[in-house]
Design a protein around this ligand. Structure first.
Ligand code: G3I
Length: 357
């Protein structure tokens, strides 16, 4: 397995990754501004991305972090009760190690992509809590300090700030969130990996509102119980022309930072509601939206630790599969050429006015 990763990386590509001053990558530009990395999600292994050498070449050159889009989710790591399969996760981790990248590990407890044995079981809180505990302990201990951070709980709130329905919430109640963080913290301690950061991750918390308030309340509650939470992941799945303003994004990030949290933009992409995706005007607006979003992390200061895009090639974006007719959301178009959005991100990272907006 390791050999195939190396082979894929050595084959390289004829397509040059775009460059800026002195050939600096987005990751280098971000690190020059005090960020830990500029990262991307990748859906590897078992996908076309896994062996696409042109794609892998850009992944290798431009990004300093990679987030597994699927490989670490419950469904894939524990397909049957207490039968763990970490081979996809290990493949992903090996690729990250070979290319010198950090990994945001995603995710431990979520409503979606949970194995059938969980969703179809006839559980009570007393029987489901040990299942969650076992999943968290085995998974966290297996990956140990190969993770920069874990998204411990993912997307637990509705837009009005109430807890959203899931097998976890419906069976255990809000206690499931506190327990998940407690178990993750305990598991890390057992493998001497306390430096791994514990995150809550969600969408719709990039501008002020009831959902942000709910996350802040959750953080308070965890701390009252002496349970560690280090950061909040702002997914940032935006629409072209509907991206939150710079002021709103900065205000929200600062509210989390004021609560003594790190923040990261964890899944940034900015999609079109409909075709055409590639006209000059469409591209200019998208570039402007990316410029604003990346600038917000720079303006919020050191504790916005970095930006991660939810993949960088329109061909591999999740968007068209989930929203029919929508797309064009990433930094590289459907023939893997850098879009104006790519250059807008570079401008933002260099602290320059946007040259393509
Ligand atoms: O594994 C099966 C495979 O066996 C089958 O052949 C194939 C056929 O469609 O489907 C595969 O499953 C897909 C899975 O990704 C793995 O590739 C599912 O259909 C597909 O729905 C699933 O989508 C993922 C989605 O989460 C699920 O909700 C996306 O790739 C992934 O990018 C997306 O990521 C989420 C974050 O985790 C949380 N925030 C939102 C973000 C975007 O939805």
């Amino acid at each position: 397995m390791r050999l195939s990763i190396v082979t894929a990386l050595l084959v390289g590509s004829s397509l040059a990754a775009p460059h800026h001053e002195k050939g600096l990558s987005l990751n280098t530009l971000a690190q020059r501004r005090g960020k830990l990395w500029f990262g991307t999600a990748a859906d590897i292994p078992h996908t076309a991305e896994t062996t696409d050498t042109a794609y892998l070449d850009i992944l290798k050159k431009q990004f300093g972090e990679m987030t597994p889009a699927n490989a670490l989710k419950f469904l894939f790591t524990e397909p049957e009760q207490n039968k763990f399969n970490f081979s996809d996760g290990d493949y992903f981790m090996d690729l990250a190690r070979h290319t010198g990248k950090s990994v945001r590990c995603h995710n431990l407890v979520w409503a979606t992509q949970v194995s059938d044995f969980v969703t179809t079981g006839n559980w009570t809180a007393e029987t489901l809590i040990p299942v969650m505990r076992n999943h968290i302990f085995k998974t966290v201990k297996h990956f140990g300090d190969r993770c920069y951070s874990w998204d411990v709980v993912n997307e637990a709130f509705n837009s009005d700030g109430s807890f959203s329905s899931s097998i976890w919430y419906d069976t255990i109640g809000e206690e499931y969130v506190y327990l998940a963080f407690k178990f993750a913290q305990q598991a890390l301690k057992e493998v001497h990996a306390n430096k791994v950061k514990l995150y809550y991750n969600d969408y719709g918390i990039e501008s002020p509102g009831p959902k942000v308030d709910a996350v802040l309340k959750l953080v308070k509650e965890l701390r009252k119980r002496h349970i560690r939470i280090d950061g909040v992941g702002l997914e940032a799945h935006f629409m072209v022309g509907g991206t939150p303003s710079l002021a709103d994004q900065v205000a929200t990030q600062k509210a989390f930072i004021k609560a003594d949290l790190d923040v990261a933009m964890t899944e940034l992409d900015i999609r079109f509601a409909q075709e055409p995706f590639y006209t000059a005007e469409a591209q200019r607006q998208q570039a402007q939206d990316y410029y604003v979003s990346v600038s917000s992390c720079l303006l919020s200061g050191r504790r916005c630790v970095g930006v991660v895009v939810w993949d960088f090639y329109d061909k591999y974006s999740w968007v068209p599969y989930s929203f029919e007719g929508q797309g064009g959301a990433t930094l590289f178009n459907d023939t893997l050429e850098a879009k104006p959005a790519y250059y807008a991100v570079a401008d933002a990272l260099m602290g320059k006015p946007c040259s393509v907006c």
